[in-house]
Design a protein around this ligand. Sequence first.
Ligand code: ZN
Length: 195
Amino acid sequence: MPFTPFHFGHALPFCFLDWKKNRIDLLSALLASVIIDARATYIFLFHLNAPFHGILHNFFMATILGILIGLLMQVTQKWWNPLLKKIDLEQHSSLIGKVAIALLMSWIHVFLDATIYPEMNPLWPFQSGNFFFGLLSSGQAYTICMFGFIISCVQIVGYYFYRNLRKEHDSDALLRQQGEYQQNLLSISKSKTND
Ligand SMILES: [Zn+2]
């Protein structure tokens, strides 16, 4: 995919599948969906004369990067979580959960790119050539990512709606309000019996 941020489109719907945030790690998914383009971005930014889809655009390197991202996110979770908590997205997934979603996202990146770039070698170092080329048209690959953005927008609205409902349900303020209401009812009924 020439424009890296499009890859967030295939990651975001997975991020918001787990509303309790204890299975699918949001940051592992997002980072793993774009890390494959790290080298391509470097080449693009510094105008280097090298192919965009090089050493990182294959399933072998995607597997190594996916595992490394899962480990990195597990170790650094304590630093990210205070920030994520501010937008009600604190993560609690296990290391296995992080590695699993990171692998899936990095593999999807390689697969989508491989369907539209003939020069890639997705099975390197075991086999050269690109058997995935042509499985999707460029338009279809972009549509999948765009569709992912649309789905995730709906999910995000649903997520915050659900979280707010739970908060309102649990909140101390609501309990206090209910207590005061009951007190008022009691005092009204008492005054009526006194009359
Ligand atoms: Zn790519």
